[in-house]
Design a binder for this molecule. Sequence first.
Ligand code: GRF
Length: 213
Amino acid sequence: MINIVVLLSGSGSNLQAFIDAVNAQTLDAKIVAVISNKADAFGLQRAQQHNIPTEILSHKDFANRDSFDAALIEKIDPYKPDLIILAGFMRILTPAFVQHYRGKLLNIHPSLLPKYPGLNTHQRAIDAGDSHGGATVHFVTEELDGGPAILQAAVAIQAGDDGATLAARVLRIEHRIYPQAAQWFASGRLALRDNQAYLNGELLPPNGATFTQ
Ligand code: GRF
């Protein structure tokens, strides 16, 4: 059983997937806190409904990224997390923050990384004429959306898709792969070593493991 802290800024549907996986006992973890940089994030309400402690830390109260991230570390560490889950946390993290949690900081990005780091991923995939969009769970390193991939799922782009319709289908698969990757970590099967992701002691391929339904 590991302790997880979730960081988010918005709806928190991925947080909900974690809550559901914990309740279904498919994720051997306790969500010990949910922290948001936005007071109105719906994810905070999801946490409260399940009696998970919540914290708000607004980046607007800090002069710069370094001081915000230092305060964030002070909020997180008393919960003694084994794993930090970024679930729609819309902040770029400083190298100091990332290094503090090296090997236990995961993110999910809504594209088939290394394609489309950054924002607007679904529309960019459609505009490029790609056959698939998708999502990638990865370890967080200093490079934005660039850390070693763990698990990736592809979603076919359909005629008539726009960014919103594709995003909705990708989100449904995010809710399956993110708790799955966290369970690999919880069971000791997943590790970051020398900036590379290992599953069951074997180096994962550059795009991570492939999720098949
Ligand atoms: C997801 O699309 C995720 O891939 C991205 O932020 C979004 C969070 O959605 N990192 P939600 O708040 O979990 O519903």
